[in-house]
Structure formats: C-alpha cells, structure tokens
Ligand binder design. Structure first.
Ligand SMILES: O=c1ccn([C@@H]2O[C@H](COP(=O)(O)OP(=O)(O)O[C@H]3O[C@H](CO)[C@@H](O)[C@H](O)[C@H]3O)[C@@H](O)[C@H]2O)c(=O)[nH]1
Ligand SMILES: [Mn+2]
Length: 760
C-alpha cells in the first residue's frame, strides 16, 4: 500500500523532466485478481478434499494414489504462490516518458551535467571476441555527452593481452570515429553496425570509405592477434606500448593469477581527437587475481572499477554495461539525466535508472524466448509502479552514492579518496604516478578484506545473479529506482542462439536466485523487515524463488500422464462443475499472460515460444540449477559460466530458420525429452482407449472420458514438437544426439514401468 501511494505521489504533474502514466491493463488486473483468487482457493480446496477420497477401484493400491494427489496439491500450492507474487507487479504498472527537449532547454548543457563513468565488463577473449568489446566501448565513447565529463573503464577479467591490444587499437581509431560521428550526426555509433547497415550519407562518402578502411584494418589486426594468441612485436609502435605488454611475458601470468594491470589509453585532459577536440577518458583495468583469494565474478570486477574510477574521475553517475551490450542511441545518457536531474525526483527516488535488455538478431518467432519480454519489460513496468525496477546487470545508470549505504545513513568508505561526492583529480593527470599507484592498490585482490565492500558498499557478493541481489538490497535500504524504456532501444546485446547456451545461462540464474532466496537476505524475513514495502517484497519473492517453477512443471509433466496411462482419474470429469473451475484457472492465467505479452509489442507466436521455453526451462535448467544449488552445500561449487557470444555459421543459419539447436549431448536435454515421450505415449493411449470405448460402449462412455488428463498430455505434446522433430525427423548437425535419445528412451521406459508397477 505504502508503495502505491508513493508512486501516486510521483505521478503529480510537478515532475517536470518526465511523465508517468498508468499502463492500460491496470484496472482489468485489479478486478481480475480477486476473482481469480477465489477460483484458485476453490481449486486448492477441491484438490485437498481429493486426498481423502476412497480408492477408485477395489484393487487399486491406495498409497501411490495418495502420493500423486499430494504431489499435485504441492504443485498447485506453488503455482498459487507464484500467481500471488505476480499480482504485486500487476497492481500498478506504469509507463514513463522522458522530456528530452525540456532537459536540453532547462539544464545548461555541459556545465550542469554530472560526470559519467561507464563500466564495461569482459571476462574471456575467446567467448567474448575483443573486437566486439571494442565496438561496445566505441559506441559509448561516442555518446552525445560532454566529452570532458565522460570516462570509459574496461574491466578485463580475462586478464588478456589480446584485449588490451584491441583497446589500444580502439583508442587510435576513436580519434577518428568520434569526430566523424559528431560532424555527421551518426545515430549508429557502433562502427560494426554503422558499416554493416549501409546507412551512409552520400556527401561524406569519401570520408566514410577512409574510416571504414581504418576500421577494417583494425579489425583484421585484432582478429589476427586473437588467432595467433599473442601480441607480436610487429604490431607495437611505441616503447610505451611495448612496456605495457612486458608483464604478460612473465611465465606465472595466468588468467587466474596475475598482478593488476591498469593502462590509461586516452586521457581527456591531454589527448585530442582528429578535429582537436576533447576525448573521453579510456582506461583498461585488469584487477589482480590470485588462486587463493575469492574474486566474486562480475560483482568483484565492478567493485574494482568503482574504486579505480574514484581515483581518476569519480563521476557521480555510473553506467554499467556488459561487453556485448552496445549503445544503440547516443542520447541515452541524456534520457537517464531526465531522471537524475529532475528537480522533483529526489536522489533517494532515483538510485538507478534501468533500461531494458534488448537484443539484435533474434529470429522471427524468438524460439528461445531470448527477449525475456516478461522479465525485462512487463514486470519491470510493474516494479516501476512500486519501488522501481529490479536491476538486470547491464544498461543501468547508478548514482555512485547509492553504492555507499542507505539514503539517510551513508556508509563511509575506508579511505577518503573513495567518498562518492569527492571531486577527483581536478587539475592533476590521471597518468600521474600517485594516481596510478593508488589505483593499482585498489585493484589488488586482498584490498577488500576487512572492509564493507560486497556487503554494505558496492555491488553485493554472495549470488551469481549479483544484479538482482544488488538492486534488491538497494530497495531494502530505502532507495527507489526508475525504469526507462524508450521507443528506440538504448542498448542492444547478443542473446544465446543455441539451446544449450540458453539452458546453461538459465541454470546459472536458477542457482543464483536461490543463493538469495535461501540466505538471510530472503524476502520473507530481511525483505519484509526492511524499507522495501510489502508489495515489492512479494514481487521479489517470485524472483528469489524463481527456480521452484521446476517443481510444479515437473509434476504436471509426468504425474497426470502416468495416471492416464494407468486409467486413474485425478481431475474432475467434464460433467462435474469443478471441471470448469480448472478450465477457468488455466484459460485465465494463459489468457492474461498472452494479453500482457501482446500489449508490449509481442506477437502471438512469440508468446507461444515464450511459454514453451518456460516449460523447457522448468524441466531442465531450473531443475539442474536447483540441484546444483544444493550440491554447493556439499562443496561442489558453481562458477560463473560466461555465456558464449561466438557464433557458428551453420548454427546461426538454423537459428534464423527457427530450428532448435541440440547437437551435443547434455543431461539438460534429457528430462524434457523423457517428458515429451511420456506425454506422447499417454495421449496416444488415452485417445485410443476413448475411441475403443465409444465404439464398443456407446454414448454413456463419453461421460468417463478423462478430458483434463488428455488436455494436459495434449498440451505437453504440442509443446514438445521441436523435440520430436529433433529426435526423429532431422538429419542436420543440430538434431538430438543419439546418446541423448537413448538415455531418454531408457528413462521413459523406466518411468512408464515403475508407474504401472505402483499403480496397478
Ligand atoms: O567473472 C566474471 C564473469 C562475468 N563477467 C562479465 O559479466 C557479464 C555478463 O556475463 P554473461 O556471460 O554475458 O551473462 P548473462 O547471463 O548473459 O548476463 C546476465 O546475467 C548476469 C548475472 O548472472 C548479469 O551480470 C548480466 O548483466 C546479465 O545480462 C559479461 O560482460 C562478462 O564479461 C565478468 O566480468 N567477470
Ligand atoms: Mn550476456
């Protein structure tokens, strides 16, 4: 309640640099929620009463049927819980629009805009090709933002000379690229996209060609170096450049164990672009790594950047982007400033401005639901009407201050240089010995011990989804955030285009959320006692328990089908009134979901893919992620498996045609394949029995038809279509591997056999 009034307050016309409107479905949502609540409660009641029914036939054994009914009750309870958490996000979804013109008129451009530090993370030159990282960096260096207020920091967790080399080349290329973009008002500021799009202005054709040649030769060089795996002397021009690579020559320099490397590649105060104008700072940072100290993956990398940047620019606003998320709109920082500079939105109301993750190259029907429409857009609008959107790791502008404790009671960092409001380095050079020395110290792997970093300061440690965890703790501390979703996507990234990549990524998320949900920071205790508010906590509860979707989905993928195969009724018959209750709840849930999906611009086909992937995830990545989470207790640690951004031609062709990619054997493909087989078996046998019954017994047999069971199995079959295709019909390299098929058939027989043994 408290959330809604607060959001309502923010809706007053006094908010000058942006507008806020309720999302059109709000009224419907509010009316539908209590109606559906009654239906859900009735359904749970019906399921519970079934626990105590007498056995269906005199011969059937009681305990297994009781167990199945109990399992279905558990499944229904979890689904009901997830539904309830979802309602929090449906109570007050809002839509904001920035008034860019007003910002440009009101805020004297340049002098009043705050300094902006951009953080880019990369972790592995072979999974995240350096040329792509470079393009991302160039796209943000070319932002429409005062260049003397812009600094770009690259965190290289791969500790790779290849990446540093690529960035040295990028620094050179930027001297031409930035003025070119300015002069020609280029919109596509990622050079690869610009040169690939063919969107040239004819009057600068000669210049375009020259710059394109420059870009191509940089790209060739970077790729050649990547192929050879080392930076050859022939590529290095100056003694400084040579010196930078000296450290890698020592034989104990490895990805996991090496000293901090910090290189200032462009210094705003000293280096000018081709037109003699100011450049943004560009700094390469590879933090110190040691085999013996924990490094906390991306959160650790970002905290190092928070500190290193504090010594050099200490921008009051920080933008964090993943290396594959390039800027697609040079005006993006100004959009964010419409919130940070809005006189009616105090600092505590805009701890961060989150842009949605959007992707390029998604196929027509988005077969892997890579868009995450629900997560990144629909639910973000829902959160926005409460305390603000959750943080999604990339495309997010933060107030630096928000990393240093609650709005009302700041946490003081251990050294004064890290104070978020300090003006850094007003006159000195960031290449000076003292600055670099401190920066190296702050990037050391033991620096954080005995400090508040990772707990009370900076990105929070302890979860593989550091983004969700950090955003959530900020909301608990009393901060609010803002969702900014302009018409033209602000950032575009790569979505996984192979099923295994997707499932591996999702498994990491599934493990990561449980690390919050089952910790002392869980929404049910810590969250509820904090300043976040009830509705926000309710909404976050779905996120931190996201993986438990796998429980009801697995139950519904197997148990009704096994019952059907053994002639047992678990659901009301079509002649009973209860039957319609089940239909209502199913159609209501799917209908509302589809409606929301289509209203934010999705197509029905994409919605279908989305719900299909939701089922598939439930049966694989969420299941495995949950298991992995519990294995962690036994000391089998889960790491941050970086999603590959490298694309195989054939694979990419199949993806464009909308064909699922299996290809290599993975245990994660097994449960969905077993489910596909069991559902098909149940449907076929069920239909045959019905037909035989009708032919022999006449009309009154129709009364006994297990309609719900058949519908459930039929739904499973329709959703499993790509699996049948991959197992039986395809011959390309992406088909289901024989090993997976054999395993799945064996397990399906086992499931079928044990079901019959127990139930007959
Ligand atoms: O030890 C590490 C591991 C990863 N990364 C970087 O983290 C980013 C995200 O990694 P990616 O493999 O692309 O993961 P995704 O699942 O695609 O990322 C989503 O999920 C992550 C949390 O699991 C968030 O951090 C991301 O922002 C969010 O986009 C990339 O830029 C990596 O270079 C590091 O810097 N250090
Ligand atoms: Mn990614």
């Amino acid at each position: 309640m408290e959330d809604r009034t607060a959001a309502g307050r923010r809706r007053t016309p006094a908010a000058t640099l942006h507008t806020v409107k309720p999302w059109p479905t709000t009224t419907f949502n509010r009316i539908f929620a209590p109606i559906n609540l009654l239906a859900v409660l009735a359904l749970l009641y019906h399921r519970a009463t079934q626990l105590f029914l007498p056995p269906p036939t005199a011969t059937s054994s009681q305990p297994p049927i009781f167990a199945i009914t109990l399992a279905l009750l558990v499944a229904d309870l979890i689904l009901a819980f997830m539904w309830a958490t979802h309602q929090a996000l449906r109570m007050n979804p809002i839509r904001r629009r920035e008034k860019l013109d007003k910002l440009q008129n009101d805020v004297v451009m340049g002098s009043e805009l705050p300094g902006l530090d951009v953080f880019i993370c990369t972790a592995d030159p072979y999974k995240e090709p350096p040329i792509r990282v470079v393009n991302t960096a160039l796209s943000v260096m070319a932002y429409d933002y005062p260049r003397d207020k812009l600094s770009v920091y690259l965190s290289d967790d791969g500790g790779s000379a290849l990446t540093l080399f690529a960035f040295m080349e990028a620094a050179r290329f930027a001297r031409r690229w930035l003025p070119f973009c300015d002069r020609n008002k280029v919109v596509e500021r990622n050079p690869a996209v610009f040169f690939g799009s063919g969107s040239r202005c004819s009057d600068v054709a000669g210049e375009v060609e020259e710059i394109q040649n420059m870009y191509e030769s940089m790209k060739v060089k970077v790729e050649r170096v990547l192929e050879s795996g080392k930076v050859d002397e022939q590529y290095l021009d100056s003694p400084q450049e040579r010196e930078a690579f000296e450290q890698w020559k020592s034989h104990d320099f490895t990805k996991q164990h090496h000293p901090a490397v910090i290189q200032v590649l462009v210094e705003s105060k000293a280096d000018k672009d081709g037109d003699g104008r100011t450049m943004p700072n560009l700094i390469y940072v590879s933090r110190e790594k040691s085999n013996t100290s924990p490094h906390h993956f991306k959160a650790g990398a970002l905290n190092v950047l928070l500190r290193v940047s504090a010594t050099m620019s200490n921008g009051p606003i920080v933008l964090a982007v993943d290396c594959d998320m390039y800027s697609n709109d040079p005006k993006t920082p100004l959009r964010a400033m419409c919130y940070f500079c809005d006189p009616n939105l105090g600092p505590e109301n805009s701890a961060y401005v989150q842009f949605p993750q959007k992707y390029h190259g998604i196929n027509k029907n988005d077969i892997y639901a890579g868009e995450f429409q629900r997560l990144f857009q629909i639910q973000a609008m829902g959160f926005d009407g409460l305390r603000g959107p959750n943080h999604v790791g990339t495309g997010c502008f933060f107030r630096r201050r928000a990393f240093f404790g609650p709005p009302s009671s700041p946490v003081t960092p251990e050294i004064p240089e890290l104070q978020p409001d300090r003006v850094a380095n007003k006159h000195g050079s960031i290449r000076s010995g003292s600055v670099l020395e401190l920066a190296h110290e702050l990037a050391g792997c033991n620096y954080e011990s005995q400090t508040h970093w990772g707990s009370k300061i900076g990105y929070r440690y302890g979860s593989l989804v550091e983004d969700l965890f950090t955003g959530y703790t900020l909301h608990c501390e009393g901060w609010r955030s803002v969702f900014c979703c302009p018409e033209r996507p602000a950032f575009l990234g790569d979505a996984p285009i192979s099923l295994l990549d997707l499932l591996t990524q999702q498994k990491r998320w599934a493990t990561g959320v449980l690390e919050i949900g089952f910790s002392r920071f869980t929404t049910f205790t810590y969250g509820l006692r904090s300043s976040a508010g009830f509705l926000t906590c309710l909404a976050y509860s779905q996120y931190v328990l996201w993986s438990i979707w796998s429980v009801p989905l697995t139950i519904y993928s197997f148990l009704p089908q096994i019952a059907l195969l053994n002639g047992i009724h678990l659901f009301p018959k079509a002649t009973e009134a209860w039957f319609w209750l089940y239909i209502f709840v199913f159609v209501g849930a799917y209908g509302q979901d589809a409606l929301e999906f289509v209203l934010v611009g999705g197509t029905v086909q994409r919605w279908w893919s989305d719900q299909r992937i939701w089922l598939l995830r439930g049966l694989s990545s969420h299941l495995f992620g949950t298991v992995e989470y519990f294995l962690k207790f036994l000391g089998i640690a889960a790491g941050f498996n970086v999603t590959s951004k490298v694309v195989d031609e054939e694979q990419s062709k199949r993806y464009d045609q909308g064909i699922f990619e299996f290809g290599v054997h993975s245990p994660m493909f097994v449960p969905p394949t077993v489910a596909a087989l069991i559902n098909l078996l149940a449907l076929v046998q069920g239909l045959v029995l019905v037909l035989v019954g009708i032919c022999s017994g006449g009309a009154d047999v129709a009364v006994d038809v297990p309609v719900v069971e058949l519908l459930v199995a039929g739904f499973g079959v329709v959703n499993s279509w790509p699996i049948y295709e991959a197992v039986v019909l395809r011959s390309d390299d992406g088909r289901m591997p024989l090993k997976t098929t054999v395993w799945s058939v064996a397990l399906a027989l086992l499931v079928y056999g044990s079901g019959s043994l127990l139930l007959r």
